[in-house]
Design a protein around this ligand. Sequence first.
Ligand SMILES: O=P(O)(O)OC[C@@H](O)[C@@H](O)c1c[nH]c2ccccc12
Length: 253
Amino acid sequence: MSVSFRKKPGLVVYLTAGDPDLATTRDIALAAIDNGADVIELGVPFSDPLADGPVIQRASERAVARGVRLTDVLELTKELRAARPAAGLVLFSYLNPVVRMGMGAFCARAAGVGADGVLLTDMIVEEAGEYLEAMKANGLAPIFLAAPTSPDARLKAIAGVSQGFVYAISRVGITGTQQKVAGDASELVTRLRRFTKLPIAVGFGISNAEHVKAVGEFADAAIIGSAIVALIEKTPPADAATAVGQFIAGLRA
Ligand SMILES: O=P(O)(O)OC[C@@H](O)[C@@H](O)c1c[nH]c2ccccc12
């Protein structure tokens, strides 16, 4: 178990945990792993997902309405770890649910259920002291977001404390599919490479095989969220895992 990429480009898949329900998320994650996803970002549903576009907002709302909580996502992680010992599993959350649980308690539980890493969208490096200590104590990889608007000093700080991979946001704005990979992405990756030897994964707006190929020209991995969450939204739950598996298999074709 580790956050690493087997082929180039690697594939990271974001899923909102508990949409449409936890058992289906488990089946979808297994299908994603079996069809080539290197890392699953298991999104903790949150009532106020600020950086998210409409697709992930709706998924989050549905999961919150079902009563899915951080503890459920930890439980789901445990099941996935037992089923797929080698898969990369990253817990993905806004800060709020984690702070409510307590940073130390959260990191200990995340490690206990077999997570490899954690990404807290609104955790900034400047305020990450306690978080980084707890992550280190539990052998977890902290993953941070780097944006095209981040100055070099900030990229350096992010690169300096990240493990597993660095998440390069392809464009300023919110999550969601788009027509083309943003032009800012390759420039950001080039700037980040000066500060780190870690793999760099590009996310925001990556929606199809063509985009994945384009990202593979300059980065180590592509991160796909909304395109898959939208597919789950329009597919009957019983067929969702098969549909996502096929979609992912097609991404590197
Ligand atoms: O949905 P997209 O455009 O494919 O972007 C990835 C993304 O979904 C995932 O990493 C993510 C979901 N919510 C976020 C909030 C902030 C940063 C990143 C994310």
